[in-house]
Design a protein around this ligand. Structure first.
Ligand code: ADP
Ligand code: ZN
Length: 736
């Protein structure tokens, strides 16, 4: 027998190995240890064959590391699909699905065969023990016979034929957690909720979805429900139904560490059956969670995008919460999209799929328009609360500025609204999507901005750390007094940041209890994310200042006012999704206000209040925005109408990169499938000391892009020297 094995190495092929007699129970999906070059590696058995397809030398598998397949047929199908769709070596894709860095430890056993002639007397004690025990580990023998002679004696006994030695291998896991500063703590408290009576809208959705669930076939739904409409409650009911059918559930959530509240709610509801997957787990913990799932003990998995690779036995329901969230797309490595892969996995598993959001992505809306997804809507808030009123404050107008200070981040109308809110004993959230004090250090005279030496971005001033920092490569340096360009004493910090906003808020409202949440406060360990969120929820804080970490899924009952300090920070991205993202982000932040009895109010400060994304948010006209945005996308040939791919390449040597860029431009294959834009310098031209270029590939209407992409990629790779790194992103979400 032969096995084709996927190894986590960057090659597109499967590798053929012989299956020795004693391992003939090997099946696809099992982990196997195989010789690779002079070393050994763990791979996944992909296929078992009678005849080898490879004509070179074939070496045997060393051992099987799992008694049963880790990957079932559905998961193997998904991995294969990802490898083809994203044009990545199967081995790289397989590595995504392995629980952390797999290591293996040899495990030596000594087996008794029988007495033979010619044993020297000093071998007698070992013989006696072996005869009695028949089978021991090397470790046991070493305890009985310490000292340096053991190895030699065992060797003699083996030569005489009295014993046989066997080595098998077991998986071992590294202990270290991947370091993610906002990783979820393991002792997260559970929040119990009384079961509520569903409202009519919810009931309708639940009935419809339950019916579909019972068909045990793939049915995709888009659950489009305004913020606070009780989508989570709908998910809960479906999870219950799915469990009672005896099938398993996958709940995908964006950036799990940022949504402790959500995890708490699930823990409160599905205590015993739940396995939580998050990026802060050690591979040992991940492996344990896997085993619980694989044995059927755990039946509900909640996790971020990589949980799509968890080894379910019978998956009946996948929920993708906040399906529009950009964090579902993996940047770097294999650039898969968790939501899209959920569709593939659900389809293969015959599972019900629910994509939920208050602000669905254009892609999902398009699929709903085409009838591929069934579109369900929840139009009112479950608690009976009304949606907040939203106003824009023109930040550029003089009459809106506070007299107290020039360049203040808080406008006069926002200051007044804050006073009113605090006066009523309610809470406020101030949202600004930039951490640090100010995103740049500028020269007043010559306009020079202090840049990162490794990246083409300005350095952000961090007041508390007393350093200039690069948010891309983490370069840090002291601020200078004189301009490095013109030598004048004319540098000043320019632009808004959360640190500065916190300070200004404290100055403005000296009596108020204020806290800030952003990556700096959370990673400093002084303040825990859940602690601050809980303090705010329980009314121990008056004002919360923060980045988008504060925007996601939280429920603060006494939050009456949301102030968006600088709407442009997301509108100004060089990205065709900038308007969509802004609309989603603003709707999400706004949706934190007035979720219970207290009416909510939202003030958005902007320099361009006429922008169509802002107008849509203010007028609560999601439908209008979607119409306008869809028309624009169709006209420009962008997704969801035409597929995109982005070929990126970079080099530490600018000249070599430019040369490659020219060679590539001259050799680009022409095809009716695709329209090419570039190659050109990336907007973020320099990143971590590498110079970057990109080529945008647009699928022409009615064409299929993948054949062309494969051709282009292999051409680009064959032309690239070792100084050039080439990377293809299919359905790119970042264009920096
Ligand atoms: P969403 O996920 O749509 O933003 P949630 O599921 O968080 O909304 O629900 C918002 C709030 O409404 C929660 O506090 C939840 O407990 C409550 N809720 C949900 N459904 C009902 C219901 N049928 N009756 C009363 N309260 C409800
Ligand atoms: Zn940098």
């Amino acid at each position: 027998m032969y096995a084709e094995i996927a190894l986590p190495i960057p090659m597109h092929t499967l590798f053929t190995y012989a299956v020795p007699e004693n391992l003939c129970h090997g099946k696809p999906g099992m982990l196997a240890l195989v010789p690779v070059g002079r070393g050994q590696q763990v791979g996944v058995i992909w296929r078992i064959l009678d005849k080898p397809t490879w004509e070179g030398t074939i070496r045997p598998i060393i051992d099987l590391l799992t008694p049963e397949p880790w990957f079932d047929e559905n998961l193997l199908f998904l991995l294969d699909w990802i490898s083809r769709y994203y044009l990545r070596p199967l081995g790289h894709v397989v590595a995504l699905a392995l629980p952390g860095h797999l290591r293996f430890a040899p495990h030596h056993r000594i087996l008794w065969v029988g007495r033979t002639e010619g044993c020297r007397p000093e071998l007698e004690p070992i013989l006696t023990l072996m005869e009695k025990k028949k089978q021991v580990t090397l470790a046991t023998l070493s305890k009985h016979f310490p000292g340096p002679g053991l190895t030699k004696n065992l060797h003699s006994l083996e030569k005489l034929g009295c014993i046989r030695r066997e080595t098998s291998y077991r998986l071992r896991h590294s202990r270290e957690a991947e370091h993610v500063p906002w990783a979820l703590p393991t002792d997260i408290p559970r929040v119990g909720e009384p079961e509520c009576v569903l409202n009519a809208e919810q009931q309708l959705c639940v009935d419809y979805l339950t019916e579909s669930l019972q068909t045990r076939t793939f049915r995709p739904f888009l659950l489009d429900g305004v913020t606070g409409s009780g989508k989570t409650e709908v998910y809960f009911r479906l999870v219950d139904s799915c469990l009672s059918l005896g099938r398993q559930v996958l709940l995908l959530v964006p950036e799990i560490g940022l949504t402790p509240q959500l995890v708490q709610r699930y823990l409160g509801r599905f205590t015993t059956h739940l396995a939580v997957f998050h990026s802060g787990m050690t591979s040992r913990e991940r492996f344990k969670a896997w085993q619980r799932l694989h044995s059927g003990e755990a039946r509900v998995v909640i996790g971020a995008r990589s949980a799509i690779f968890a080894p379910f036995i019978d998956l009946g329901l996948i929920v993708v919460d906040e399906e529009h969230d950009p964090s579902y797309k993996q940047e770097g490595g294999v650039p898969y999209h968790g939501r899209d892969m959920a569709v593939v996995r659900a389809q293969k598993a015959g599972a019900l799929l629910i994509l939920g959001s208050a602000t669905p992505s254009m892609e999902s809306l398009h699929n709903a328009h085409l009838g591929r997804f069934t579109h369900l809507k929840l139009k009112t808030r479950a608690t009976g609360a009304t949606l907040p009123t939203i106003e824009v404050v023109h930040a550029g107008l003089k009459e809106n500025q506070r007299s107290a200070g020039k360049n203040s981040l808080i406008s006069l109308p926002l200051e007044q609204a804050l006073h009113q809110t605090l006066g009523q004993g309610f809470q406020a959230l101030l949202f600004l999507n930039r951490r640090g004090w100010a995103p740049s250090l500028l020269c007043r005279r010559c306009g020079h901005a202090v840049m990162c030496p490794n990246c083409s971005v300005t350095l952000t001033w961090h007041e508390k750390k007393g350093q200039l920092m690069c948010h891309y490569c983490d370069h840090r340096q002291a601020a200078m007094d004189v301009c490095p360009d013109c030598g004048q004493l004319s540098l000043f910090f320019f632009g808004p940041g959360t640190e500065q906003l916190e300070k200004e808020t404290r100055d403005c409202f000296p009596g108020a209890r204020i806290a800030r949440i952003d990556r700096d406060t959370v990673s400093s360990k002084e303040v825990q994310l859940e602690e601050t969120l809980a303090a705010f929820r329980d009314g121990h804080l008056d004002i919360l200042v923060g980045t988008q970490m504060t925007a996601k899924g939280h429920h603060f009952p006494r939050l009456a006012l949301v102030g968006v300090v600088f709407a442009e920070s997301s509108l100004w991205q060089p990205d065709f999704r900038a308007a969509e993202r802004s609309c989603q982000l603003l709707t999400q932040v706004a949706g934190r206000a007035g979720r219970e009895e207290i009416p909510g109010r939202v003030l958005i400060q902007s320099f361009d209040p006429t922008h169509y994304a802002l107008r849509a948010v203010v007028q609560n006209d999601g439908a209008g925005f979607i119409r306008q945005e869809m028309a624009l996308r169709r006209e420009l040939g962008y997704p969801p109408f035409q597929r995109l791919a982005l070929l990126r390449f970079s080099s530490p040597d600018q000249k070599k990169g430019e040369e490659y860029c020219q060679i590539l431009a001259q050799n680009l294959p022409v095809s009716p499938c695709a329209t090419l834009l570039g190659p050109a310098q990336s907007p973020l031209f320099k990143l971590r000391n590498r110079y970057r270029w990109q080529l945008l590939i647009k699928e022409n209407p009615g064409e299929k892009l993948h054949g062309y992409l494969a051709q282009l990629l292999s051409m680009a790779l064959s032309l690239a020297s070792t100084a050039i790194r080439v990377d293809l992103d299919v359905d790119p979400h970042s264009f920096l």
